[in-house]
Design a binder for this molecule. Sequence first.
Ligand SMILES: O=C(O)CCC(=O)C(=O)O
Ligand SMILES: [Fe+2]
Length: 285
Amino acid sequence: MTDLPPTHRFQLLDTITPEQQAFLDHYGFLHFEGVAKPDEVDMILEEMDQLEQNWRQEGRRKVNGVPLFWGRGPGEKTWLQRFAFSSAFSRRIREFVHHSRFEPIRTLIGADARVGDQEKDGVVINRYINLPGSVYPKLGWHTDGLRDLFYLKMPKQMLNVGLHLDDCGPENGGLRLIPCSHSQGFWSMCFRKFYFVSHKADPKEICVSTRRGDLTVHDGRLWHRVAQSSRKGLASIRRTMYVPYLTGPYQPKSETSGTPGYHFLGALMRRWQTRKFRPAKNLGV
Ligand SMILES: O=C(O)CCC(=O)C(=O)O
Ligand SMILES: [Fe+2]
């Protein structure tokens, strides 16, 4: 149990404190303030621009079998809205995600946990924008654990670690989650919401208002969504970087790896979402 309200923000120290552990056990998530410094966030944003430029030149649609989400952005060019395996292609991002300050987060997941630079979807960077043609203005209700089923595994307890690269208050959409929903059992995890299709606000949800550089950790069984911004265009940009910490056998992906099943579902849904807007053939997957 914890006496703290679900909107409480912690400082990341050398270890996870008993208070932080109790908060995570109870609510299913933790929010740490100012974990990345402003120049580190700038560095990640620069690396993203470089990766986008390289992949656009190569005409890349997938990395290690995982689709890149090309959509429309503020300019004329197609705009990359989901970067997979970013740390495998950027030395500076790789060095950052392996920094010793994340040790308490890593050991929270397991004494032998590792950053999955080459596994699952790698270190993913999401770039949301609200404008016509955006393939990623929002993300419907889901738990991250159920994705494991597509990897033909029962969902294990897993924690999802996200670095927030923009200031984002409720008016800009952002992360909404239902505190304590991680402990409601398998039935609720499967059927409480219509996976990825439902976007409706829940009376029990809270908005995770973030500042640039904040870190959140959420239990993979927790129900969450990303709300659409009430702003339009450039002012609605929201960027997040998710770092997979994995345990168990090492299962690296390569360019010959197949596309995970849930990405076919996602591609269909993005097409549906952007059906009225088809400016170029090379959008989507
Ligand atoms: O962008 C976010 O904060 C959440 C993204 C998310 O839930 C996901 O990719 O599974
Ligand atoms: Fe998620």
